[in-house]
Design a protein around this ligand. Structure first.
Ligand SMILES: CC(C)(COP(=O)(O)OP(=O)(O)OC[C@H]1O[C@@H](n2cnc3c(N)ncnc32)[C@H](O)[C@@H]1OP(=O)(O)O)[C@@H](O)C(=O)NCCC(=O)NCCS
Length: 183
């Protein structure tokens, strides 16, 4: 089947997604490549939810649950961890449950997240920060219409982790990415 329409939908993160969030925070790859503390403190999924619910009120961050379009099961999270209204610049990110990986969920989610950030927030620049060794995430960026700008050397991600990190961007005038994948 050719992927021609969205297979996932994004909904604002809520209490209904706490179990899925906890599964995400338990995953070693999520711990390795995101700002989630390692090991995650007890109840970290609730902390995550509360942090984003508060930030939603002042418009400085947003987090969506990624749901399967067909059965509404929780597949992951699509995040804007930094929204700078004055600079019209947002950082975006994505995490997908291990069982849902490799079938285009992150690409589909990131494309929708970028569309939302341009259309709803009026952002003029979107950024992704990706470890130089995170090959799947770089592929997601490329397939979602982002351009690799360069490497931030020894970038600080979280306590105990600094590493060379690629910065990717997408601007409103960049070409719209297309689905090409056969599944
Ligand atoms: C990165 C991540 C979100 C990708 O999710 P996903 O839904 O599996 O991604 P997609 O299926 O949309 O696309 C993955 C792409 O990476 C490719 N890929 C997967 N594993 C790969 C690997 N080890 N090396 C190179 N490419 C790889 C896939 O082939 C696919 O490319 P394709 O469309 O050309 O076939 C997921 O692996 C994840 O949650 N990782 C942990 C958290 C993380 O790293 N988040 C990003 C932080 S910057």
């Amino acid at each position: 089947m050719t992927r021609s329409s969205a297979a996932v939908r994004l909904v604002p993160l809520s209490e209904a997604h706490l179990e899925g969030l906890a599964d995400l925070t338990d995953d070693p790859a999520v711990q390795r490549f995101t700002r989630i503390p390692v090991p995650p403190p007890a109840g970290f999924a609730t902390t995550w939810l509360v942090t984003f619910e508060q930030a939603r009120l002042d418009g400085t961050r947003e987090c969506f649950a990624i749901l399967d379009s067909l059965d509404s099961s929780f597949l992951g999270a699509a995040v804007a961890p930094r929204i700078d209204r004055q600079a019209a610049t947002a950082e975006l990110g994505y995490v997908v449950l291990p069982a849902a990986r490799g079938r285009g969920v992150a690409v589909d989610a990131l494309r929708q997240l970028a569309t939302w950030a341009f259309a709803e927030l009026g952002m003029l620049r979107l950024e992704l920060l990706i470890s130089v060794v995170n090959e799947p995430s770089k592929r997601v960026a490329e397939r979602s219409g982002f351009t690799r700008e360069g490497i931030l050397r020894s970038y600080y991600l979280k306590p105990g982790l600094r590493e060379d990190t690629e910065i990717w961007s997408r601007l409103p005038g960049d070409a719209e990415p297309k689905w090409e994948r056969e599944k």
